[in-house]
Design a binder for this molecule. Structure first.
Ligand code: AMP
Length: 491
């Protein structure tokens, strides 16, 4: 075990939203724009769209939120019925214009656009090798590495074989939407760490990180892209072709997508996120329910957990009231990524305000999805006491986060994680709660209807499904050997 931060892996982590669209004749720009709007929660640092009109690419990539990054004129110049889009998640303290996506470039083998969600663990090795072969890189991001590798393979192979060869070299977490000339494709890593799904609209098909992006286009979710699968959208919106390029015995779906990251109205790997969160809340009551006057969610992500928890409590005959006693100021940005502890504490207070009448002289259970540094829960327990709570219990719908995420979720380094070196009891004392309980890993796997072996649990076990320098792995993973020649891919 080391105290390394996820950013030590080289490039910035990418916890993002991706989309790709192939339509009959209609311009792809506006559908892509709406889809990115629906994925805004997956990244607020930058937004971008690249389209292709059959002759050339058109690109618009800007820092900021989707609504600010595009004007009518920008969308008007994004010609063509096919395209890809991206929203990028900010990493702590850094605003990085060089890594805004989609990454687009023209090679001898044609034009390429790439949108990436995830994080490779061997990007540096591949970058070094390709740089040695004369490839010039403009950023330190993973995405450019994938683009160069793919472009090189496309000189010798058809599209499917070239993608397979690149997939056999890159190791880590990736859901990609790619545009090669005017063909849009989607790829999910062999462990299926990040989500990616296929949707159908009136005049074509799309690929998106989450099904909520399909809903806003009045489309239908067709299915998830399988781990290790390549999906190529046919031109003219005529359907898609799927190629299962890699088969692994186990997947490594990120459980935190369901717990925190994804929208509750999205269906990921066949499960509605809202239902999973309600089930996690129910399991939390079953494992460690405490009878209090009122059960309160920490908005927004604690809501579904708290409603499941309160329902289960009611069914058990507990006389608990479910109340939204904490109001959120929706204009305050994310507290989590603020650079200093002082700023984070101030921001929690700005963001969440208690309703005194609901809390005063009553016992309260606060329900949240996770504790990372402990800033939010420490502040909220104190706030509850300030407005007269008799007792404050805290219940968390996930296990303690004890280790960093190397697969793209910005979760702070080991030193900053409150649970990295404390027992639950010690954390309870640290946040001054009357009691604190987390949910077990078994209940998480149960609510997700997955075996433990098919989940990435790195942040709650410290054991990862990928081969990461200096960390322990929880399975037999084979890290690709990067040689001066790309490893041959089987047909
Ligand atoms: P903390 O205050 O550091 O303990 O963070 C916990 C709060 O941040 C919880 O209310 C979570 O909903 C939220 N949270 C958890 N993970 C993340 C993340 N990766 N990015 C932003 N917020 C998060």
């Amino acid at each position: 075990m080391t105290g390394r931060d996820h950013r030590d892996l080289g490039g910035p982590t990418e916890k993002c939203g991706v989309v790709g669209v192939s339509l009959d004749e209609r311009a792809a720009a506006r559908p892509l724009y709406y889809a990115l709007y629906a994925l805004q929660h997956r990244g607020q640092e930058s937004a971008g769209i690249v389209t292709h009109d059959g002759f050339q690419q058109h690109s618009h990539v800007e820092m900021g939120l989707v609504g600010d990054a595009f004007g009518e004129d920008d969308l008007d110049q994004l010609n063509g019925p096919v395209g890809i889009g991206h929203v990028r998640y900010p990493t702590a303290g850094s605003v990085n214009a060089c890594c805004a996506q989609p990454f687009s470039v023209s090679f001898k083998s044609g034009s390429l656009g790439l949108s990436h969600n995830g994080n490779l663990v061997n990007a540096d090795e591949i970058r070094d090798e390709l740089a040695g072969l004369g490839h010039a890189f403009t950023s330190d991001g993973d995405t450019e590495v994938i683009a160069h590798d793919l472009a090189r393979n496309l000189l010798e192979e058809d599209l499917v074989r070239a993608v397979k060869r690149t997939m056999s070299r890159i190791h880590g977490s990736y859901s990609l939407t790619i545009m090669h000339d005017d063909t849009v494709l989607g790829v999910r890593d062999p462990e299926g760490n990040r989500p990616l799904c296929i949707g159908e609209v009136d005049d074509g098909y799309l690929l998106a990180s989450e099904s909520a992006a399909i809903d806003v286009l009045d489309g239908e979710l067709v299915r998830d892209v399988e781990p290790g699968e390549l999906v190529i959208l046919r031109p003219d919106g005529e359907g898609f072709d799927a190629y299962q390029l890699f088969d692994r015995e186990n997947s490594a779906h990120c459980f935190f997508e369901h717990v925190y990251f994804a929208r509750p109205d999205s269906t990921i790997d066949d499960q509605l996120v809202y239902d999973v969160r309600r089930d996690l809340g129910r399991a939390l009551w079953a494992e460690s329910g405490v009878d209090t006057d009122v059960v309160m969610p920490v908005p927004d992500s604690g809501r579904a957990f708290a409603s499941g928890y309160a329902d289960a409590a009611g069914e058990d005959g507990a006389d608990v009231e479910f109340a939204e006693g904490l109001m959120k100021n929706r204009y305050v940005g994310r507290t989590f990524i603020m650079p200093t502890q002082d700023a984070r504490e101030r921001a929690v207070r700005l963001k969440l305000n208690p309703i005194k009448d609901i809390v005063q002289d009553r016992t309260v259970t606060l329900i949240d999805d996770s504790i990372v540094r402990g800033t939010t829960s420490t502040q909220l327990v104190q706030l509850m006491r300030d407005v007269g709570a008799e007792a404050v219990h805290v219940r968390i719908g996930a296990p303690p986060i004890v280790a960093p995420c190397y697969m793209g979720i910005d979760m702070a380094s080991r030193e900053e994680l409150i649970a990295a070196d404390r027992t639950t009891e010690e954390i309870g004392e640290e946040i001054s709660a009357d009691s604190l309980e987390y949910l077990s890993i078994e209940s998480v796997a149960g609510a997700l209807d997955q075996s433990r072996a098919d989940l990435c649990l790195g942040c709650v076990t410290g054991e990862y499904p990928y081969d990461i320098d200096g960390e322990t792995t929880d399975r037999d993973v084979e890290r690709p050997t990067i040689g001066s020649e790309p490893a041959a891919a089987d047909d």
